[in-house]
Design a binder for this molecule. Structure first.
Ligand SMILES: Nc1ncnc2c1ncn2[C@@H]1O[C@H](COP(=O)(O)OP(=O)(O)OP(=O)(O)O)[C@@H](O)[C@H]1O
Ligand SMILES: [Mg+2]
Length: 301
């Protein structure tokens, strides 16, 4: 049975989609059969893989509303081992249409029953809300992965997310675990970002990944080219950071990959003196030295 990981945070723009797309593409690159599920009506994960749904083709909407078997909706991607369950704009209405449905929170879980055996990992990209679409993703998952934007309000809303997580565990999915917390859009130039990292680590402890995703313009450009970062700019800092994250994800799951993704070399922190560069003093040439020499000479006289 494949592991189902839901990328969730009701806050908008914290890099849920960027993380879901690059985690799924990274796992596939490492030889893991992976399915990326786009359960967000915005369809950013679908377009982020360079896929536009042909008109009239079914999407996850038909799975949730018309009980279409999920296998009929899965599309291949441009990458070996990576498949997509696409979203469509229609999905925006599903949140309301599901309200009266029987067992409405378990629609996705039921649809994935036959599919989970075909994949090593299923990664679900959620919309920025805790509505019925997200609840379906939480009810279907083995674990949740929480991206947190390194900014002042990073932890705002996390309490609400944790309440929802606990409610889902109590009522819908007792086995739901926390996969990990990924810090995103880190800007090393600001003290604030460093403080945010500290407070998130205080709150979540070992659940925070060592890999931290920096703010990187190549990451923001990649979706408009429909490419995961490893194929858009493999040498960028963004690509290096997501490679570190994917390898850490696999290591935490004790699941060796094919070693296709090359981890970047460990960066040695540059130690700078607060008063600038310190140059070694050549005592033989300094005035002090000559004074001492003279002194000694005098003494010897
Ligand atoms: N590390 C990064 N550096 C710079 N830009 C980034 C980074 N990560 C994501 N972005 C950009 O920030 C924006 C928001 O990211 P993304 O769409 O992944 O967030 P999201 O949480 O899925 O948003 P939504 O809540 O709307 O679904 C996008 O334009 C994305 O390209
Ligand atoms: Mg998104």
């Amino acid at each position: 049975m494949g592991k189902i990981v839901t990328v969730v945070n009701q806050k908008g723009g914290v890099a849920k989609t960027t993380t879901a797309v690059n985690l799924a593409a990274g796992l596939a690159a490492e030889g893991k059969k992976t399915l990326l599920i786009d359960i967000d009506p915005q369809g950013n994960a679908t377009s982020g893989l360079g896929i536009s749904l042909p008109e009239g083709s079914p999407s996850i909407y038909e799975i949730l509303i018309e009980d279409l078997p999920a296998g009929q909706v899965v599309l291949p991607s441009n990458y070996e081992y990576l498949a997509l369950l696409p979203s469509s704009l229609q999905l925006a209405g599903a949140e309301i249409e599901l309200v009266g449905a029987k067992d409405r929170e378990h629609k996705l879980k039921r649809a994935l029953k036959g599919l989970a055996d075909l994949y090593n990992y299923i990664v679900i990209d959620c919309p920025p809300s805790l509505g019925l679409l997200t609840l379906n993703a939480l009810a279907a998952a083995d674990s949740i992965l929480i991206p947190l934007h390194c900014e002042y309000y990073a932890l705002e809303g996390v309490g609400h997310l944790m309440n929802t997580y606990n409610l889902v565990k109590r009522h819908l999915n007792p086995a739901l675990a926390i996969e990990g917390v990924l810090l995103t859009m880190f800007d090393a130039r600001t003290n604030l970002a460093i403080q945010v990292v500290d407070s998130v680590k205080e709150f979540f402890g070992r659940q925070v990944y060592d890999a931290i995703i920096p703010r990187n313009v190549r990451l923001s450009e990649a979706p408009s080219h429909g490419l995961p970062i490893y194929y858009y700019d493999p040498k960028s800092k963004g690509s290096e950071a997501y490679i570190r994250f994917v390898l850490e994800f696999l290591a935490r799951n004790q699941d060796p990959g094919l070693s296709v993704l090359v981890p970047p070399e460990e960066e040695k922190p540059e130690v700078k003196s607060p008063i600038g560069e310190i140059k070694p003093v050549d005592l033989s040439k300094s005035g002090k030295s000559s004074f001492l020499t003279k002194g000694r000479k005098r003494k010897g006289k």
